[in-house]
Design a protein. Structure first.
Length: 309
C-alpha cells in the first residue's frame, strides 16, 4: 500500500508529465519545424535553408538554442547570394539525437552529413556560435575537405579548469534522475528565461522579441533540455581532448569576441586558440556573448570575405 509521501510523489510526477506534454504541444504549435529533415546515418537533422544559389554557408547554434537563432539575424543579410544552411544540433530543435551525441565528434559528423547531402563537392564557410564554435572547429578537424573557412562567434574552444556549470544541468543530465527532473522544467523554466537572456546579451541590449523569434521555448521540452544538459556537462572533457588538435587547422578563421562577455572568458578561449593557430580576431567592446545580433553586418561581411577567397 502506498504511503502518503509516495502517493504525493506519484501525483506530483503525473501532474508534471501532463504539464510537460501540454507545454510541448503548445510550444511546438507556436514554433513548428520550418526546414527539412536530412537523413544522416540512422538519424535526422533538421535544416532550415535560406537562399537557393551561391556558395554554401553552414550555421551551427550554441547551447540552449536552435537553428532559428540565425534566421532573423544573419540569414537575411546573406540569402540573396548564398545558400544559408542552419542546422539544429543533435537533440535540439527538431533534430533527433544519436547515441553518444555529447561527443563533439558525433555532433560534427551530423553537421558534416548535412554538407555531404546538401552541398556535395563544395566547401562551405562554417559559422559557429558558442558551443557551435566547438562543433565547427571539430568539423574542420575531422572533415577539412568540407570547410573553406570558419567564422566563430564567442566560441567555446578550451577546457576552463572546472566550475561555471549551472546547477540544473547536474540534475537534468544523469540517466535516472534527469528524465524525472526535466519533467518539471515546463513548470519553472519559462519564468526564469528573461533573466538568463539578459545575462548572455550584457552589456548589449536584448533585441525586441528575441525569445519568440529564436523559439527559445523549445528548450524546455524535457528531451531537449536533457540533451542540452548532457552536452554542457560533457563539454569540458571534450574540449580538453579536442584542443590539442587545433594545430592541424589550415583554414582561415575569423573570431568575433565581445569584450563584455560574462558567459565565457574570451582570454581563456580565444586567447588560447590564438596561441595554436592563426586567427583574425575582431574585438567588440560593447558586446557580450551574442555578437551576431548587435554586429550582424560585420559578421556577414566576414562570411562573404571567406566565401570569396
Amino acid at each position: 500500500m502506498l504511503t502518503a509521501t509516495a502517493l504525493g510523489l506519484c501525483v506530483l510526477g503525473t501532474g508534471a508529465c501532463v504539464t510537460s506534454a501540454t507545454y510541448k504541444n503548445k510550444v511546438e504549435a507556436a514554433h513548428p519545424p520550418i526546414g527539412r529533415s536530412v537523413s544522416v546515418g540512422t538519424e535526422t537533422v533538421h535544416v532550415i535553408q535560406r537562399g537557393e544559389a551561391g556558395p554554401p554557408v553552414l550555421m551551427i547554434h550554441g547551447a540552449s538554442a536552435n537553428a532559428r537563432e540565425f534566421t532573423w539575424t544573419l540569414a537575411p543579410r546573406l540569402e540573396g547570394a548564398y545558400r544559408v544552411l542552419m542546422a539544429d544540433r543533435p537533440g535540439h530543435g527538431y533534430s533527433s539525437r544519436p547515441e553518444g551525441a555529447h561527443d563533439l565528434g558525433v555532433q560534427a559528423m551530423q553537421m558534416a552529413g548535412v554538407l555531404d547531402q546538401l552541398a556535395p563537392d563544395e566547401k562551405a564557410v562554417l559559422v559557429g556560435h558558442s558551443f557551435g564554435g566547438a562543433v565547427a572547429l571539430r568539423v574542420a578537424l575531422d572533415r577539412p575537405d568540407l570547410v573553406k573557412g570558419l567564422v566563430l562567434l564567442a566560441p567555446v574552444t578550451h577546457d576552463w579548469g572546472g566550475g561555471g556549470q549551472a546547477w540544473y544541468n547536474s540534475f537534468a543530465a544523469p540517466p535516472v534522475v534527469g528524465p524525472v527532473f526535466s519533467q518539471l522544467l515546463p513548470l519553472v523554466g519559462p519564468g526564469q528565461l528573461g533573466k538568463g537572456i539578459d545575462g548572455v546579451f550584457e552589456p548589449a541590449p536584448v533585441p525586441d522579441n528575441y525569445s519568440e523569434n529564436s523559439a527559445i521555448g523549445l528548450l524546455f521540452r524535457p528531451p531537449n533540455f536533457r540533451a542540452n544538459a548532457r552536452d554542457v556537462k560533457a563539454l569540458e572533457d571534450q574540449l580538453a581532448a579536442q584542443s590539442g588538435r587545433y594545430g592541424e587547422l589550415e583554414v582561415p578563421i575569423t573570431v568575433f569576441s565581445g569584450s563584455g562577455d560574462t558567459v565565457i572568458s574570451p582570454k581563456l578561449h580565444v586567447g588560447e586558440l590564438k596561441k595554436q593557430v592563426s586567427v583574425d580576431l575582431v574585438i567588440l567592446p560593447h558586446e557580450g556573448h551574442m555578437p551576431h545580433h548587435g554586429e550582424g553586418a560585420a559578421v556577414a561581411d566576414a562570411i562573404r570575405r571567406l566565401a570569396s577567397e
